[in-house]
Design a binder for this molecule. Sequence first.
Ligand SMILES: NC(=O)C1=CN([C@@H]2O[C@H](COP(=O)(O)OP(=O)(O)OC[C@H]3O[C@@H](n4cnc5c(N)ncnc54)[C@H](OP(=O)(O)O)[C@@H]3O)[C@@H](O)[C@H]2O)C=CC1
Ligand SMILES: O=C(O)CCC(=O)C(=O)O
Length: 477
Amino acid sequence: MTIHQNLIAGEWVGSDAVRNVNPSDTNDVVGEYARASAGDTAAAIAAAKAAFPAWSRSGILERHAILRKTADEILARKDELGRLLSREEGKTLAEGIGETVRAGQIFDFFAGETLRLAGEVLPSVRPGIGVEITREPVGVVGIITPWNFPIAIPAWKIAPALAYGNTVVFKPADLVPGCAHAIVDILVRAGLPKGVLNLVMGKGSVVGQTILDSPDVDAITFTGSTGTGKRVAAASIEHNRKFQLEMGGKNPFVVLDDADLDVAVEATVNSAFFSTGQRCTAASRVIVTEGIHDRFVAAVAERLKGLVVDDALKAGTHVGPVVDESQLKQDTDYIEIGRKEGARLAFGGKLLTRGTPGFYLAPALFTEATNAMRIAREEIFGPVAAVIRVRDYDEALAVANDTPFGLSSGIATTSLKHATHFKRNAEAGMVMVNLPTAGVDFHVPFGGRKGSSHGPREQGRHAAEFYTTVKTAYTLA
Ligand SMILES: NC(=O)C1=CN([C@@H]2O[C@H](COP(=O)(O)OP(=O)(O)OC[C@H]3O[C@@H](n4cnc5c(N)ncnc54)[C@H](OP(=O)(O)O)[C@@H]3O)[C@@H](O)[C@H]2O)C=CC1
Ligand SMILES: O=C(O)CCC(=O)C(=O)O
C-alpha cells in the first residue's frame, strides 16, 4: 500500500506510517499515513518561518489563482473526496459530499477575499498628518483540527490563513488524515510555493504539542475538545501569541406549544442525530413546553424509527457509525449515566450489529431529563439527546441559557414575539429559528460564547480579524 507522506518544506517525506480504518467496516483499511515526529514538526515550523517573508509579500493575483484552482479541483472531485471522507469519518455519503462542496465554496470565497483586501485612510486629529490603517499577515499559523469535519474545518482555517499572506503548519486529527492529505496535495499542485503550507500528520501529544511549545508559531487556530483547547490557551499565553479556540457545545433546541410540529420534529432530528450527533453545533438538549410535549416526543420517536443506521457508504443510510471505539464508549457510558440519573430512555441507545464490523449505535432519546443532569450539562458528542419538559417560554429560555457553553441555539415557534425575543436573548454565538442548530453557511461568521469559543470568529470576512494584525501609520504631510 502506498504511504501518504507528510509535506515539509515542499517535499513529501516520511516512512513511519500507520493504517487508518473505516469506522463502518474496520476490516477496510482506508490508507497508510506517515506519522510525523517532534523533529519533523520542528522542521515544518522552520520551513513555514522561512517561507513567510516572500509569501506575505506575494501578489494578490497569485494567491487568488491558487485558491481558485483549489476550489475548482475540490468541486470537480466532490464525489470521490466525499466518498473518502465518509469512508474515514463515517458520516453518510450525502453528508460527505455536502461537506466537500462546502470546502470548495470556502476556498472560492477566500480566493475572492484576496481581491477585496482593503485598509482605511483617515485624517489625524492633528492638522497636517495623515493616518492609514492596514492589515498585515500574522506570520506562521499552527492549524490543529478535529476529526468530525475532516475537510470543511481544515478548509475554513487554511483558506483564510493563505489568503491573508500567512504560512501554515497543519496538524489534522489522527483519525482523519486522508482528507487532510488530499487537500494539501491539491493546494500544492495549484502552485503554492515550497514551505508555505506544511502537513504534519501524527499524534496530538507529539505533533500538536510541538506546535504549542514552539516560539516560532505566531498564531494557533484550534477546534476540538475543551481540555485540549485549554492547553492551547495556556501555551499561547506563555508564548504571547494569538490564539483562537472552537470547543464544545451543549446546544439547546426549544420547542414551544405554538410550533409547527413537523418543523420542530425535523429540526430536532437533524440537529441531534444527523452526522451521528458528532457536531459541536448538534442540539443535545431539547427543551419542550408542556402543551406540545407528549405529541412532540411521540412524533420524534416515530421519526427515529424510520432512520436507517448502517454503513456510511450504503445508499439509504441516514445515520452512519460513531467515529471509533473510544467515542462509542463515551456515548454508551453517558447513556448509562443518564439512566442512573433517572432520565427515561424513550428510544434507541443500543449497540447495533450490521453486515460489517463497525461502531453502530441506535440514536438515543431521553425524556424526563432535568437540566441539572450530567447528560444535560456535559458534551457527549454522539447521537444522544435529552428532552427537558418546561412550563412556558420564560422557563425554556432560562434553561436554554443555563449552560457553561454558548455555541448554537434554536427555537421552533410560529410566534414572531418569541422568535424575536429568543434571537435577542439566547446566550449563543449562533441562533436558529425553525431551523436545525447545526449546518451553517460558509460566508458568514461562525463561533460561540462562554465555554465554547475564544477569540475572533471564523469564516466569512470576519476571519480577517484572526489571520491579520492591524497597523496604524501616521505621516506628516
Ligand atoms: N467542538 C468540536 O468540534 C469537537 C469536539 N470534540 C470533543 O472532544 C472529545 C474528544 O475528541 P478528540 O478528537 O480526542 O479531541 P481533541 O481535542 O483531543 O482533538 C482535537 C485536535 O487536537 C489534537 N491534540 C490532542 N492533544 C493535543 C495536544 N496536547 N497538543 C496539541 N494538539 C493536541 C488532536 O490530535 P489527535 O487527533 O492526534 O489526538 C486533534 O488534532 C469529543 O468526544 C468531543 O467531546 C472533538 C472533536 C471536535
Ligand atoms: O454545523 C456545522 O455546519 C458546523 C459544525 C462544526 O463545525 C463542528 O461540529 O465542529
